[in-house]
Write a new protein. Sequence first.
Length: 327
Amino acid sequence: MTTRKEFKQRNRKKRRKRKAFIAVFLLFLIIGIGISSYEYMAGKRDAMGETEGELENNEFKHEFQGVDNKDGKTTVLMLGVDKRSNKETMRTDTIMIAQYDPEENEAKLASLMRDTYVDIPGYGYNKLNAAFAFGGPELLRQTIKKNFGIETEYYSIVDFDGFKQIVDTVAPEGIEVDVEKKMYHKDNTGTINLEPGTQKLNGEELLGYARYRGDASSDFGRVKRQQEVIQLMKDKLVSAKGLLKVPRLIGTIQPYVDTNIDSGKMVGLAKDFIFNAPDNIETLRIPVEGSYWNERYSHAGAVLAHDEQKNREALQKFFEVEDSSKE
C-alpha cells in the first residue's frame, strides 16, 4: 500500500518531469523561432542583393476587387511577368488560376493560354494577356469573369527572376527533370540550352525549361511544362528538407511577389498545404482540346479563337463553381 509520503514524492517527480518537458519544448520553440527569423532575414537579404528594380510589393492591391466565393476554397489568379517590362506595356507571360480546398485536401491549377481571344471589358476582343497590359490584374480578373464565369479572390504576380531564386532556395542541388528533347533558343531575355535526358536543373535552367516554346508545340508545350514544374516544386517543398527551408523561402520570395494575400492568410494556407499536401495537383488547359483554331486580326495579331461556351463550361466544371457572371 502506498503511503502518503510516497504519494507526495511520486507527484513531485511527475511535476518535475512535466516542468522539464515544458522547459525543453520552450527551448526548442525559442531556438526554432530564432532560426526561422534568421533564415527569413537571410533569404530577404539574399533576394535584395540579387535584384534591382524588383516588383513593387502590393502595387495593385487596392485596385483588385476579388470576391470570396464563400465555399471555403481559396482561389488565386497567378501571373508570371518579366520585371524588365514597365507597368504601361507589361504583358503577363503566364496566366493561371489556382484553387485550394483544405476540407477536401484538393489542389487544382488551370492554365489559360495567353493568346486566347476574349472580350475585354471596355476594350473589345483581344488576346487574354492584353487585359493585364490595359488594366493590371483587376481588368484581367474582370475579363476572366466575363468570358468564363469564374471569380478569383486573390492575385499573385511573380517575377521570373523570383522564380529562379525560389528554385535555388528550395533545391540548391537542383530539381530532377526528364528533358524530352534538345531545347535551344536565344533572344533578348537570354539563352535556353538544354540537352535531352534526365538531369537536375537549377533555377535559371528550370525557368528556361518551363518557358521554352521554340518547337512545333509552341505555347501548348510550354503550358504543359509549366504545370509539370509546379508539381515538381510542390513535391520538393513538402519534403522534410523543403519544410526546413520555408522561412528562408518566404524571405526570398517577398521582393519578387506582388499580392493581396495578407501575411496571416499566407501563413495559414502554407500550414494547411505543407502539412496536408495533396498527392497531385489536378490540371486543366484553356482552351481545351478540340475547341480552338488559329485566327489573325490586324489589332491583335495571331490569336487562339475558341468555342466560348465549351471552354466556359469546362472551366466551371473543373473548379465546381456556378457561373459568377450571372450574379
